[in-house]
Design a protein around this ligand. Structure first.
Ligand code: GLU
Length: 464
């Protein structure tokens, strides 16, 4: 079987991480099986769909590296196809026009509620052998309803939830076209899944209730239903359904906050799927390992600390040149001219082990690109004890004659400390202050390596 999966978002607003997980799994399943992954934009809710939301989805997927084999395919561009299928179904007696007005429907519903029955369409306009339908009222445009099977049940083996059985008595005749002829949501999904030869529908479990209806329509159209895998919801860190209203961040927010796409991908992969106790893995490993059988059955809970921890792991293990490229936009945002000053790759290499985000790296880098501090005599007197001046003078000489390596600068310090019988902080703190007007810097020998011998000597010489 040639596997074909799809991600079918409705571009009606905010895209949070939970939404993108619904793209990640079908993508991974397609890649694992050398199949195809399709992006379908379900934009038939014209009022709420926006191009902006489509862009966010496409950008988010590209950022995570979820490549497409087909699409984006927009449902609004397939309206003629849906209309043609509706006509076929009418001609084949699989669907029928229903002229029940809104008021009648409401009345029916009220009656059913009063009788403590589940509100459902009563089949008034459903043609049956030997049945006389009411006279067609004047001036009423009908909806088109699907002739749902009567009796029996819809059964499917959900790849996540196991066997699900829904009695057909629970399902009334679904409206597949509105009075103005526009097709409805569940119907379009079926036509698309069939036309696109989708073999596996991997989607959020908020669609479980739609599935029996979709299977019935699919079978009526002569199609074979795909395998369904309904993913449990993603809850936020307080255990509520993730949504913008309760503070979920959008994919763009994570990008702007300095997260690496690799970390997000790894994090999302584990949000409802596992492979033994593997926590950190590459995208290739994820694709190799991905299977529907290891999807979790209970809701996954978003854990921002774990995401930050993973981001740190990825930053720490990243190649400094790649990391520098990724950090540049953040540095530029902070006004750092990365082309003017110490080698940015070296600066990033120096900072990456302690940073959780690219923003933290950029902030740490600022120090190295600021102009040399202009200390006044008062500041010097306050921060550089007079008794340390001789040691600093010796240090300047030792640095000048040292090789330009971290080890050599470290040795230069040691030599001066020994000669003057002082401890590292007594010398390193005033040196840091002289170099940067702060005592918060990474390891001093690495700092010298980054800013370079001449710059270090020049800055130190100004205070002694
Ligand atoms: N458009 C639906 C949504 O965004 C998904 C439909 C599907 O995957 O079948 O929730």
């Amino acid at each position: 079987m040639h596997i074909r999966t799809r991600f079918a978002p409705s571009p009606t607003g905010f895209i949070h991480l939970g939404n993108l997980r619904s793209a990640l799994y079908p993508w991974a399943f397609a890649r694992h099986n050398q199949g195809d992954f399709i992006l379908r934009i379900e934009d038939t809710d014209v009022e709420r769909s926006t191009q902006e939301a489509v862009d966010v989805i496409i950008e988010g997927m590209a950022w995570l590296g979820l490549d497409l084999d087909e699409g984006p395919i927009y449902q609004m561009q397939r309206i003629d196809r849906y209309r043609a299928v509706i006509k076929q179904m009418l001609d084949a007696g699989l669907a029928y026009p229903c002229y029940m007005s809104e008021e009648e429907l409401n009345k029916l519903r009220d009656q059913q509620m009063a009788n403590k029955e589940k509100p459902r369409y009563n089949g008034q306009w459903r043609p049956e052998p030997g049945k006389t339908l009411p006279a067609i009222p004047d001036g009423v445009l009908p909806v088109i309803r699907f002739k749902n099977p009567i009796g029996g049940s819809v059964i499917w083996e959900d790849a996540v939830k196991g066997k699900i059985e829904i009695s057909n008595d629970e399902l009334d005749d679904l409206v597949i076209a509105r009075p103005d002829g526009t097709p409805t949501y569940n119907f379009c999904v079926v036509v698309d899944d069939l036309d696109m030869n989708i073999t596996h529908v991997i989607r959020g479990d908020d669609h479980v209730n739609n599935t029996p209806r979709q299977i019935n329509i699919m079978k009526a159209l002569g199609g074979t239903p795909p395998v369904y895998a309904h993913l449990p919801t993603v809850l936020n860190d307080s255990g509520e359904k993730m949504s913008k209203r309760n503070g979920a961040m959008s994919v763009r927010d994570y990008q702007k906050a300095g997260y690496l796409p690799e970390a997000i991908l790894n994090y999302l992969a584990r949000l409802g799927w596992s492979h033994g106790d593997a926590e950190i893995f590459t995208k290739e490993q994820f694709v190799n390992w991905f299977d529907l059988g290891s999807l979790g059955r209970s809701p996954a809970q978003h854990n921002p600390e774990k995401l930050l921890w993973l981001n740190h792991q990825y930053i720490q293990n990243a190649d400094p040149a790649d990391l520098a490229e990724a950090t540049k936009p953040f540095a530029h945002e902070l006004g750092i001219d990365t082309e003017n000053g110490p080698d940015f790759v070296q600066v990033v290499a120096l900072l990456k082990d302690r940073a959780n985000t690219l923003i933290e790296i950029a902030e740490g880098a600022k120090l190295f690109y600021l102009p040399a501090p202009a200390h006044n005599s008062e500041q010097i007197a306050e921060n550089i004890p007079t008794e340390i001046i001789p040691a600093m003078k010796d240090l300047i000489k030792a640095i000048q004659s040292a090789e330009h390596t971290k080890a050599a600068y470290g040795a230069a310090f040691k030599e001066v400390l020994a000669k003057h019988q002082i401890k590292m902080p007594a010398l390193a703190m005033p040196v840091r202050y002289a170099l940067f007007a702060t005592t918060q810097t990474p390891a001093i020998d690495s700092v010298l390596l980054v800013i370079g011998k001449n710059e270090a000597v020049a800055r130190l010489s100004k205070v002694v």
